[in-house]
Ligand binder design. Structure first.
Ligand SMILES: Cc1ncc(COP(=O)(O)O)c(C=O)c1O
Length: 426
């Protein structure tokens, strides 16, 4: 694990120059008002220095794939070399300790950290390569009857909804979407629209916790409570939330949650997880099956065991989780939101800017989606790159760009983006 001293040292700080950077210590010893403010430029500049991003470019697209801190790349490379040079030392005596390949190891220490991150037991966590895999394992593993309904929104990602469409085509279940609006106005309106679409045949409610194309946070806690009253299985797509906003699956009360670490957590690509409450996980069929396919001692391991995989990538994930915890999850979430709000506030003063992300700050964080009247997303994306080597991501002809803010961004970068849009809208 990346020690606090190591992180402090690499931030150029002594343990005495700033409040503790250990998550547990921050919570225990430092009242919130002693923590670096989300807008403390000196502190965040030192955090920025931990990333390998090219200094001549500005990255605004962790909603697609994130930027890795140097420590993540170092840990991964170190382990790659260890495997390459030491594989002959491998004695095949204990799958759970040997770290040459993944896929047979129960990965308990990483699963525990993920459990800590989302507030659940490691036994309810299985490792996957990404969100698409997690969603597919769960959709494939559940038995639905012809006529059973799967309800979701009209704004789901292909990696979240497609496995449920297969349920329709292959087994006669009914895939139903409800229009929630773009932008979503507020949580109450989204809640009402979704609840109104539930019928006596609804068996699965699948929703993005945060919608990828708008950044809107859905009222998942209230929706899961309503679904539970009606005996509906709830599954949330957390592709955009992990490492971005707080996720507490016990508080939310969902039955399943799938997420990835290669976007907002800064882990290498190919790292994800699925959480399923034990009462559902024990009857879930495995899709990718190996020795443990029917061994229910550790349900998460039953799904984690899925053939030879890449251990160095998991070492990178482990380092990314440590980095996140050492920095302090709350501090990370606050900083992301602080920058996102700064961007929205600046852009909303410009009359020709049209938003597709919510204007209600209570359902927004680090994703802002907007366009300039008469422009396309590609035009706006290209203008940013040509003018300032800034990289938000086009959302197609109508919806402009998705502009994500993260801890490696600065206030100056946000202000520069706003001034460019101001220039383009003159
Ligand atoms: C909401 C949502 N779901 C699913 C996915 C697919 O994620 P992955 O590529 O990790 O499978 C994405 C990717 O952008 C997404 O935003």
């Amino acid at each position: 694990m990346l020690s606090r001293r190591h992180l402090l040292k690499s931030l150029g700080l002594s343990a005495f120059s700033l409040p503790s950077l250990s998550y547990a210590h921050v919570l225990k010893e430092n009242p919130a008002d002693e923590m670096p403010h989300p807008g403390d430029p000196e502190f965040w500049k030192k955090v920025r220095d931990q990333f390998m991003l090219d200094r001549n470019t500005v990255f605004f697209n962790p909603g697609t794939v994130g930027a890795m801190p140097k420590v993540v790349v170092d840990k991964m490379t170190e382990h790659l070399k260890y495997v390459a040079s030491g594989v002959a030392d491998w004695a095949y005596k204990d799958d759970n300790k040997e770290e040459y390949i993944s896929g047979y190891n129960n990965l308990m220490s990483i699963r525990k950290k993920i459990g800590q991150l989302i507030n659940t037991d490691a036994l309810e966590i299985a490792m996957t390569d990404n969100v698409t895999h997690g969603m597919s394992y769960i959709a494939n593993g559940i038995t639905l009857q012809p006529g059973d309904e799967i309800l979701t929104t009209d704004q789901e990602h292909g990696g979240g909804q497609s496995a449920w469409k297969i349920k329709e085509k292959r087994f006669g279940a009914v895939f139903k979407t409800v229009s929630v609006g773009k932008p979503i106005i507020n949580a109450t309106e989204a809640y009402d629209k979704i609840v109104k679409a539930i019928t006596s045949k609804t068996k699965v409610l699948m929703l993005s916790h945060m919608i990828s194309g708008s950044g809107a946070i859905l009222p998942v806690k209230e929706l899961c409570a309503e679904a539970r009253l009606r005996g509906i299985f709830t599954i949330l797509d957390g592709a955009q939330t992990i490492g971005h906003i707080k996720v507490d699956v016990k508080d939310i009360g969902c039955d399943a949650y799938v997420g990835c670490f290669h976007k907002w957590m800064g882990a290498p690509a190919g790292t994800g997880f699925m959480f399923v409450r034990t009462e559902y996980m024990k009857s879930l069929w495995t899709t990718v099956a190996s020795y443990r396919w029917d061994n229910h001692e550790d349900e998460g391991f039953r799904f984690t065991q899925r053939g030879t995989g890449n251990f160095p990538v998991l070492k990178g994930l482990d380092a990314a989780l440590d980095f996140h915890f050492e920095l302090g999850p709350d501090r990370v979430y606050e900083r992301i939101k602080f920058l996102g709000k700064r961007l929205r506030t600046g852009l909303s003063a410009l009359p020709k800017v049209r938003f597709f992300s919510p204007s209600d700050e209570s359902i927004s964080a680090g994703i802002t989606v907007y366009n300039i009247e008469g422009w396309t997303g590609t035009k706006l994306q290209d203008a940013y790159w040509e003018k300032a080597k800034m990289r938000p991501r086009s959302q197609g002809d109508t919806f402009g760009v998705r502009h994500c803010t993260h801890i490696f961004n600065s206030e100056e970068e946000i202000d520069k983006a706003i001034s460019l849009v101001k220039e383009w809208t003159r």
